[in-house]
Design a protein around this ligand. Structure first.
Ligand code: ZN
Length: 407
């Protein structure tokens, strides 16, 4: 059984016109008119194949295909909101491919064993609500008791009480699957059409303040200087070389820096910089944290503060194996890889067995109007999703062994 790429392509193109501006890409942020239009389109597509459509208190949209009575549901989806000036594949692909899979299953006269429900998570990109809002809310990772959150939700047109009450029925959820573009260049570079996502990386951030001595830039001789920025630049280079040395799957970035007093004729007396490390291996990350402290301390008088640590998640191994089997059935090459970006699957994986499938992004470009994936790859990814859904149906006894993740 195969999906119909022409139908899927048409859906992606149609949704891709909503919020699109020539030369500027797609701006379809959650809680906007463009988003409502996008949702209406997706909801019509769901209804046209007879799915039962509903919305929850968090603004997540669902379309359910009934299986046999009393069985749990398989959730499959992604998001349809975009960053300002985004592309037509990020998120939308996962939602529309899921609908195309159900369309294919229906037209082949298959009545599923489990319910299969397409889910469109609200405000995945949503800066204002902190990203992956719909999925975090569903698994109880949004603090709805915060008065600021309550105010914000009212302003956005969501009922805070209804949002707070909305929870995933994890007892009646078999698993969650998400098909997504890679948003990086690993698959394209290795000419592999399918990525099987092992997990979502952990993130560790530090703020480091490097102290020096501010002084007159004209009257202070070179050998008498204690230039905080010169020392900080050694630290920046160290982060880059250190991360490069760690090899594939480890990244380190200094993306934000502040120089004080910040005047053209004053030797920098103080520099604040932010360092971010990401890696799927938590132990590696912990050691990196210790090494950066050591290096910074011997370099200069520094203050080091942990800013944030986001625990990533390991995705379900049994589901990864099933995706691999689907690739074999379809004769497609695959690669096991972590995701460097966050996704709704990171929330869902904390509560139910979850998995993700990646397809290549041309040039590794995403969150950009030039984001692109090849139609061949779009087709392959959707077929892998279809076969995985089918094998979950035909092997109903398999135990997925609970959520593999943690928070
Ligand atoms: Zn996305």
């Amino acid at each position: 059984m195969r999906i119909n790429i022409n139908r899927l392509k048409q859906d992606i193109e149609t949704l891709g016109k909503i919020g699109y501006k020539e030369g500027k890409g797609i701006t379809r942020e959650a809680f906007t008119d463009a988003y409502a239009q996008g949702e209406a389109f997706v909801s019509r597509q769901m209804q046209s194949i007879g799915l039962a459509v509903r919305k929850d208190g968090l603004g997540n949209l669902y379309g359910r295909l009934k299986g046999e009575e009393g069985n749990p549901a398989i959730l499959v989806g992604s998001h349809i909101d975009t960053v300002p000036g985004g592309g037509k594949f990020d998120g939308a692909y996962g939602v529309l491919a899921a609908i195309e899979c159900l369309r294919t299953i229906k037209e082949n006269g298959i009545k599923p064993f489990y319910d299969i429900e397409v889910i469109v998570f609200n405000a995945e990109e949503g800066e204002i609500l902190g990203g992956t809002f719909g999925s975090r809310g569903l698994v109880g990772r949004v603090n709805f008791d915060d008065p600021a959150m309550e105010k914000l939700l009212l302003k956005l047109g969501l009922d805070p009480q209804a949002a707070k009450r909305t929870k995933l029925d994890s007892e009646n959820t078999k698993c969650y699957l998400e098909l997504h573009i890679e948003q990086g260049g690993v698959l394209e570079e290795s000419s592999i059409p399918i990525g099987i996502v092992t997990g979502i990386v952990h993130t560790m951030r530090f703020k480091i303040s490097v102290e020096g001595a501010a002084n007159h830039a004209g009257t202070t001789p070179m050998q008498a200087r204690d230039d905080a920025l010169v020392k900080a630049s050694r630290l920046i280079n160290w982060v880059h070389d250190f991360s490069l040395e760690k090899g594939e799957g480890f990244v380190g970035t200094v993306g934000k820096i502040r120089v004080l007093p910040g005047a053209i004729n004053v030797i920098p007396g103080e520099v604040h910089l932010y360092i971010e490390f990401r890696c799927i291996d938590e132990e590696k990350l912990r050691r990196a944290g210790m090494e950066i402290r050591d290096f910074a301390r011997q370099l200069a008088k520094t203050k080091i503060r942990y800013v944030k640590k986001n625990r990533g998640i390991s995705l379900n191994k049994r589901l990864q194996k099933m995706i691999e089997n689907s690739c074999r059935e379809l004769d497609l090459a695959y690669k096991y890889m972590p995701s460097g970006a966050g996704h709704d699957a990171a929330s869902m994986g904390q509560v139910v067995p979850s998995a993700m499938i990646f397809i290549p992004s041309v040039g590794g470009i995403s969150h950009n109007k030039d984001e692109l994936s090849r139609w061949d790859d779009v087709e392959h990814g959707a077929n892998v999703l279809l076969h995985t859904l089918l094998s979950l149906q035909t092997n109903p006894d398999q135990v997925l062994s609970g959520a593999d993740g943690h928070c």
